[in-house]
Design a protein around this ligand. Structure first.
Ligand code: GLC
Ligand code: CA
Length: 556
């Protein structure tokens, strides 16, 4: 495997709208991010991924871009963005922007022009079909609910949107569209970006000609999966994009890839892959159902372990995954992966260490380093996220009561991750002096940066130790490149693995509130990390405390 500049890095995702508001309008912004760069540098972050802050109507919170060359005034100006890149660089941090090119906004000029002249140049930028009375071009269900087709305003045509109706799909089959995209990517890379996180990229290749698939719900529609399974040849687009853009700059590109085909992994993230890395979503998609959120099977510690190990095994000799506990599309990881009633400082640290020490690139989502939790939701009217509103309806239609439907939404809503970052125990968690665009989690009085930063036993300090360990020159090679070897896999509620390189490290976590024992095959040389102050042991047998996690350097 060829070594790359980004292999040993630690990344952090910012959701700009909720990170820090510098001017009191209730919306986080780029000057706000600049003012917190020292905080991030101090934590040990090298790569900063910003969710979209381009000009946008914010129908899907910025994942609907109306101008790829401008910053939305709510987030700041282009000068602010340039300053952010420069200030970050001074701290050895590089910026990734979000590349949202499966679709644009219906307010983008391309789409406006397509409406004016659907037979002209811009009509070919989208997927347009003749409108027929009483029949949609295909029976595909958009990810946010309802048919993936809507009327093209002012015309006798319909357009495809696999996401929201304000997110028309761009026609990647059209070389002019691809040229526009590459031009934009290079324009941004010329500004000094480190690279991109690439949104929803599995969707750019459609199976042609379009046709219906077996309906999977009462609505007569089918999920997008069937069509994507059939679509072949995405690699032609991805390879072209890599060669025309990222490769020339040695940029870092991490793909949001779902449903990857295992035989394609080397092409995706091998030495000369389309992407530098791709996210591991094995844990987040676990238990998902075609029917909707209400039918999800909750994940247990044993499931979590299996998901992680399966993902690791798949890419072992191929490339690097980007490991996440949560992102802006998921509930908070501590609320999801820790059994109900057991969410506490120890269990949060356990989850952090088990995930962080996996082979791959760790991504921390804002607030994760504080152990931020899901937000209580009292009514569907409080919810902003468009996916949650759809899933609420789906649950009601399936016969759940409004209370039950709300409970489901509270559990999986994307708003959980999008509540403002908790900086202090002051008004609005110190996020804004105005009215926050989304309600602050009421637990900010106890969970906030100010309370944790000076406390050596806080979750924040634990993350800082994890990062420092990964960067420690003595262990770095092993932690970054060492093989991952699961151990005691059959032991219930125990997750353990070796990282084998110049040293042998053992990462072991007791994923339950009851104590449990392990017997080490050899003595250990050093304790590199422990979420307790002691280790209860007799000879080589360790009695692990509730949710105790250890990183041990083993004797060779
Ligand atoms: C990705 C984004 C998500 C967005 C969707 C459509 O999944 O992470 O937030 O809604 O793409 O762009
Ligand atoms: Ca603001």
């Amino acid at each position: 495997m060829i070594k790359k500049w980004w292999h040993d890095k630690v990344a952090y995702q910012i959701y700009p709208k909720s990170f820090y508001d510098s001017n009191g309008d209730g919306i986080g912004d780029i000057p706000g991010i600049i003012s917190k760069l020292d905080y991030l540098a101090d934590l040990g972050i090298d790569i900063l991924w910003l969710s979209p802050c381009y000009q946008s109507p914010l129908a899907d919170q910025g994942y609907d871009i109306s101008d790829y060359y401008n910053i939305d005034p709510r987030f700041g100006t282009m000068e602010d963005m340039e300053q952010l890149i420069a200030e970050a660089k001074k701290r050895n941090i590089c910026i990734l922007m979000d590349l949202v090119v499966n679709h644009c906004s219906d307010e983008h000029e391309w789409f406006q022009k397509a409406c004016q002249d659907p037979e002209g140049k811009y009509g070919k930028y989208f997927y347009l079909r003749e409108k027929k009375e009483g029949k949609l071009p295909t029976n595909w269900r958009s990810y946010f609910g309802g048919p993936a087709w809507d009327d093209l305003p002012g015309t006798d045509k319909q357009y495809l949107h696999v996401f929201h109706k304000k997110q028309p799909d761009l026609n990647w089959e059209n070389p002019e569209v691809r040229e526009e995209i590459y031009k934009n990517i290079n324009w941004w890379l010329d500004k000094g970006l480190g690279g991109f996180r690439i949104d929803a990229i599995s969707n750019i290749k459609k199976a042609l000609p379009f046709h219906d698939y077996e309906p999977d719900r009462e609505d007569g529609l089918c999920s997008m999966d069937a069509m994507l399974q059939e679509a072949k040849g995405i690699g032609v687009f991805l390879g072209e994009m890599r060669d025309r853009t990222f490769k020339k700059y040695d940029a870092f590109a991490v793909g949001e890839v779902f449903n990857e085909k295992i035989e394609e992994l080397p092409e995706f993230i091998g030495d000369d892959g389309y992407f530098s890395s791709m996210f591991d979503f094995n844990e987040t998609i676990f238990g998902g159902s075609e029917k909707g959120w209400y039918d999800t099977t909750p994940i247990t510690p044993d499931d979590y372990k299996k998901c992680c190990f399966d993902a690791q095994a798949k890419v072992a000799n191929i490339g690097f995954l980007s490991n996440i506990i949560e992102n802006h599309d998921e509930p908070r990881g501590v609320s999801r992966y820790i059994p109900e009633g057991d969410c506490c400082i120890e269990s949060k640290k356990l989850l952090a260490a088990l995930n962080f020490m996996l082979r791959g690139l760790p991504f921390i989502y804002q607030g994760q380093e504080l152990g931020m939790e899901n937000v209580p939701i009292a009514s569907i009217d409080e919810v902003d996220d468009i996916a949650s509103h759809d899933e609420y309806q789906v649950a009601l239609e399936a016969g759940l009561s409004p209370d039950e439907a709300l409970k489901i939404v509270s559990k999986y809503s994307r708003d959980n991750a999008r509540t403002p970052m908790q900086w202090t125990d002051g008004t609005n968690a110190g996020f804004t002096t105005g009215t926050p665009w989304l309600k602050v989690n009421p637990n900010y009085h106890s969970i906030n940066v100010a309370a944790q930063i000076e406390d050596a036993d806080s979750i924040y300090s634990f993350y800082k130790k994890l990062i420092a360990l990964r960067k420690n020159p003595i262990y770095k090679e092993t932690i970054v490149y060492g093989a991952l070897e699961p151990v005691w896999v059959e032991q219930h509620n125990l997750m353990a693995y070796y990282r084998k390189g110049e040293q042998i490290l053992l990462v072991v976590g007791n994923y339950q509130r009851e104590e449990q024992e392990i017997t080490l095959p050899k003595a250990y040389k050093d304790v590199l990390l422990n979420n307790y102050h002691d280790i209860a042991k007799e000879n080589r047998t360790i009695r692990l405390h509730a949710y105790q996690v250890l990183v041990l350097e083993m004797c060779m």
